[in-house]
Write a protein that binds this ligand. Structure first.
Ligand SMILES: *[C@@H]1O[C@H](CO)[C@@H](O)[C@H](O)[C@H]1NC(C)=O
Ligand SMILES: *[C@@H]1O[C@H](CO)[C@@H](O)[C@H](O)[C@H]1NC(C)=O
Ligand SMILES: *[C@@H]1O[C@H](CO)[C@@H](O)[C@H](O)[C@H]1NC(C)=O
Ligand SMILES: *[C@@H]1O[C@H](CO)[C@@H](O)[C@H](O)[C@H]1NC(C)=O
Length: 480
């Protein structure tokens, strides 16, 4: 632009200078002019020359304006492209909104950047608008000048008109300067845009990584497929002295009756069975032998028959005592099955059943009679059921393996409304089929809900037991 403009101005100056010299009083006082008419003709020639120069200037200005317009169109097109990518980015942002809290935070940052860029493009647009306005003003001036030139062919160039020409020249210079500034600003803006785009790209990559991490965390319980540690086996008579072995309490209730009040691990020996270690939960009224505890999902309960028969887990955390040991406990007279449950909102509540558990020859069939408690009873429906694991299907369902579908070993019916050996979920799973696999206690076929804490224990009382809510432990246990 400057390249075309400068020669133009030179032409203008060349055309203009003689015209200036031949103009006004100077022209009249010119001593060489012999005849007045001749000098008048000469003056007219100069005016024509000036007019020609100005016409050329006008034309060049028009070209210049058109060229600028072309460049401005280019800029607008580029801005449209940017706007398009902003749109795509906002679509992306709205997709991301559906993600978890952490992702939302990052999206907000991304959106803020988007807004910033939009603001910048708006700024550029308004600058371009200003330039366009100035251009049209300039064009108007040029047109006005052309009109004046045509009128000049009838008269002389006045000093007023000369000032206007000089003014015009200044306008052109200032135009050029502001266009250069504009181009510089546009370049700066596009540099900044590139920088922003880069940052957005970096953020997008980070988002992808975050999403992956999130998915990994969510899938953790699913991929958790480990083998649970086997619980301590039966005690052999070689460890403590034989007389000690003969003197062992038959269970935790017996131990309580002997005066022990501290919860913890003790050696017990149910009637007619081998001695073994068991966790005793001592309340102020009685002792209970704990046969199952869930509290943090640290142990995988989706185990095979052999594991459920012998026991697994960790006495200090989560465990299943084992069907053989449970059988020896629950085969004694007046066995009471005490179940404590806690959901994610309320405190612990309990339910009690009179219980009789058959041995391995009957696949540990359970017999339950509801006694009392604060919880509704969906468990009676499991009475008379054999124990099932994913590798030993003894349930009442014709076509399904309940232990396989719901995970964990249990006295599945078809499949029934309880499974306290299901999967431990820290978060509510999204899919229904996944939710069904949780730790269930669904009286009245309520929706699947996975519990936070469970403890099943066996107590023995002098027959016949009078059950009342004050006689059983509903205080917070020693575990949480
Ligand atoms: C347990 O059930 C079996 C079979 O039904 C029965 O033979 C046994 O006497 C019962 N034991 C107790 C203590 O109720
Ligand atoms: C115990 O379970 C096994 C394997 O599922 C089965 O074959 C057997 O018949 C069951 N025993 C009884 C008494 O039903
Ligand atoms: C158990 O899973 C099988 C296979 O996915 C399915 O066909 C069956 O309906 C499920 N049964 C129950 C009781 O959910
Ligand atoms: C007991 O369970 C069976 C099969 O799971 C079901 O059809 C029946 O309705 C249940 N009965 C009660 C009282 O919940």
């Amino acid at each position: 632009m400057r390249i075309t403009l400068i020669p133009l101005l030179l032409v203008l100056a060349a055309a203009c200078v003689p015209a200036l010299c031949g103009k006004g009083e100077q022209l009249v006082l010119q001593p060489e002019a012999p005849v007045e008419t001749r000098s008048r003709f000469a003056a007219l020639d100069d005016v024509r020359l000036l007019a020609n120069g100005l016409l050329q200037l006008g034309q060049s200005l028009r070209e210049f304006v058109q060229k600028t317009k072309g460049q401005i169109n280019d800029i607008i097109q580029k801005l449209n492209i940017f706007d398009h990518s902003f749109y795509q980015l906002s679509v992306l942002a709205s997709e991301i909104k559906e993600e978890e809290e952490e992702l939302k935070k990052t999206t907000v940052v991304l959106k803020a950047n988007n807004e910033e860029i939009k603001g910048m493009s708006f700024e550029i647009n308004s600058k371009v608008d200003n330039i366009l306005q100035e251009k049209s003003q300039l064009q108007n001036k040029v047109e006005g000048l052309e009109e004046k030139l045509s009128s000049l062919s009838h008269g002389l160039v006045t000093s007023e008109q000369l000032t206007e020409i000089t003014g015009l020249r200044e306008v052109i210079y200032s135009q050029e300067r502001s266009i250069t500034e504009l181009l510089k600003a546009v370049k700066e803006q596009s540099d900044q845009l590139n920088h922003q785009k880069l940052q957005i790209k970096i953020m997008e990559e980070k988002l992808t990584v975050d999403t992956l991490t999130q998915e990994t965390i969510e899938r953790m319980p699913e991929i958790f497929n480990g083998d649970a540690p086997t619980l301590t086996p039966y005690l052999t008579s070689s460890s403590p002295s034989t007389t000690d072995m003969m003197n062992l309490p038959s269970d935790c209730s017996d131990l309580f009756n002997r005066g022990e009040r501290a919860s913890g691990l003790y050696a017990i020996r149910p009637t007619g069975a081998e001695p073994f270690m068991a966790f005793c939960d001592m309340s102020k009224d009685h002792g209970a032998t704990v046969i199952q505890r869930r509290r943090d999902g640290s142990v995988n309960f989706d185990q095979i028959w052999e594991k459920y028969e012998n026991g697994f887990g960790d006495f200090q955390g989560e465990f299943w005592l084992g069907l053989r040991k449970i059988h020896s406990l629950a085969a004694q007279v007046n066995s009471v099955l005490h179940i404590q449950l806690e959901d994610w909102k309320q405190g612990r509540r309990f339910i009690e059943y009179r219980c009789n558990l058959s041995g391995p020859e009957n696949n540990y069939t359970i017999h339950l009679t509801h006694l009392s408690g604060e919880l509704l009873d969906p468990m009676s429906n499991h009475s008379g059921m054999m124990f099932s694991t994913k590798d030993r299907d003894n349930d009442n369902h014709q076509d399904s393996n309940c232990a396989h579908n719901y995970t964990g070993g249990w006295w599945f019916n078809a499949c029934g409304d309880t499974n306290l050996n299901g999967r431990y979920f820290h978060m509510r799973p999204k899919g229904r089929s996944e939710r069904k696999r949780g730790i269930q206690w669904r009286p009245g076929r309520k929706n699947s809900y996975s519990l936070k804490f469970t403890q099943i224990s066996v107590q023995h009382v002098a027959s016949p037991r009078t059950i009342s809510s004050t006689s059983v432990s509903s205080e917070p246990g020693v575990f949480l």
